[in-house]
Design a protein around this ligand. Structure first.
Ligand code: F6P
Length: 319
């Protein structure tokens, strides 16, 4: 393995830069050249890349986003796009590839593996929606960003004696909403994995009011629907003041937490180590304190387990 490539693809996530830095430095330490492919699979198709040296990754460990840029490439999903990507890899003499991204990016990595390119995936997404790993890179930072917002919204909700619906990202996965709700002391968490009807939400709000609560915080996962629709539904049943906050892209940016920097660094190094040992077509995961590799095809077909205990606890603690 003389030369490898690294790309970031799909939605960016805090900690991606820590992973890029680790891949470049761990590679150079082991006499491997690292090419930084720009704008995800699009850069691979268009042969847009640069050789990375030690200083190209200086001062990035603490920065959100990705210094390589990222895109969701539709062209890569076509036969012509794949062909161009394979040509680039051959032309650039790249013998292994690290793809940092979510499940869509991993599907691309799986295709490249099937075409004989040793590929390793690093799970970079704030959504935490990949079943094979306990955590994805960026999830912890996004969770802390949401908690910060909950604290601020609670202050003003309390002063005005209002309810507030906070809509968070996560695509079809409720993890950001669930764990932010539990850690942030929300009254109600609404997630795609569990059905909750509007009557139940109204009951929790009114019960809280009856015992003197000055506010209530409802965390809504975007996978369920819009905060404004939920507000209308609640307002049609009870006469209370409700405001909506859609947190949006602030959840995707910002300086990565210590956890995400450590995870990115460890996963980046592990990816290069696996390629050096001729182990490929794997995605890196974490469970407990372990960092491991799992076959891409297996990982993509696993079903995510829902943390029902965390959900039950959120309900119990919000009485
Ligand atoms: O997958 C990460 C994510 O931030 C999701 O939580 C969200 O639904 C989506 O990306 C937004 O995508 P885009 O950047 O294309 O608007």
């Amino acid at each position: 393995m003389r030369r490898i490539g690294v790309l970031t693809s799909g939605g960016d996530a805090p900690g991606m830069n820590a992973a890029i830095r680790a891949i470049v430095r761990y590679g150079i330490y082991h006499n491997i050249e690292v090419m930084g492919i720009l704008r995800g699979y699009k850069g691979l198709i268009e042969n847009d890349m640069k050789a990375m040296d030690l200083s190209s990754v200086a001062d990035i460990i603490h920065r959100g986003g990705t210094v390589l840029g990222t895109e969701r490439s539709e062209e890569f999903k076509t036969e012509a796009g794949l062909k161009k990507a394979l040509q680039t890899l051959k032309y650039r003499d790249i013998h292994g590839l690290v793809v940092i991204g979510g499940d869509g990016s991993f599907r691309g990595a799986e295709v490249l593996s099937q075409e004989g390119i040793p590929t390793i995936g690093i799970p970079g997404t704030i959504d935490n929606d990949l079943a094979y790993t306990e955590y994805t890179l960026g999830f912890n930072t996004a969770l802390n960003t949401i908690l910060d917002a909950i604290g601020k919204i609670r202050d003003t909700s309390s002063s005005h004696e209002r309810s507030n619906i906070i809509e968070v990202m996560g695509r079809d996965c409720g993890d950001l909403a669930l764990y932010a709700g539990l850690a942030g002391g929300a009254e109600v968490v609404v997630i795609p994995e569990e059905t909750v009807n509007t009557d139940e939400i109204c009951e929790v709000i009114m019960r809280g009011k009856a015992r003197g609560k000055k506010h209530s915080i409802i965390i809504l996962a975007e996978g369920v629907g819009s905060a404004f629709d939920l507000k209308d539904e609640i307002k049609s049943k009870i006469d209370i003041e409700i405001r909506c906050t859609v947190l949006g892209y602030i959840q995707r940016g910002g300086t990565p937490t210590a956890y995400d920097r450590l995870l990115g660094s460890r996963m980046g190094a592990k990816a290069v180590e696996l390629l050096m040992n001729n182990q490929a077509n794997l995605v890196i995961g974490t469970r407990g304190s372990k960092i491991f590799g799992q076959k891409i095809n297996e990982a993509l077909r696993m079903e995510k387990e829902f943390d029902i205990e965390a959900y039950r606890l959120t309900k119990i603690l919000s009485i």
